[in-house]
Design a protein around this ligand. Sequence first.
Ligand SMILES: [Zn+2]
Length: 163
Amino acid sequence: MKYISHYPKNLQEQIQALIEKDKLTSYLKTKYPTTHEYKNDKALYSYVMDMKNEYFKKFQISKVMYDGKINVINNALGMHTFVSRIQGSKLKSKNEIRVASIFKNMPQEFLEMIVAHELSHFKEKEHNKAFYDMCTYVMPNYHQVEFDLRVYLLHIDRFGKIY
Ligand SMILES: [Zn+2]
């Protein structure tokens, strides 16, 4: 239960029960039957830019890529890099979005969730209430999908990949 140990006990017990009844795979497969088609950096870039332009118009993104070195959980559900570089005499902040490579073969909802998470960090660096308010503004069912992503990661650890 390590990925969901900070969730309420009854939720953890529900997932534990699914595991014991050998129903975890069908729980995920039924809710999230297909994977998305944004399989490379170019496709990911246009997907991220579409969401960015809808919700965070004034922010600039310099780079979008899948990154095989990111661990989803250890890096707090995706990495947010704010690279500062000198441009002329001005210090300019550059926003990069790196998405863990594991998201390449996941349902679109999980990709949408992680991109909503990363974009929300443009406005709020900490994982606080303002931050999660932003996440749910971009994706109203953000919390449910983050929970299910964690359940999916549990599934990978115990039974391997589904998609
Ligand atoms: Zn974060």
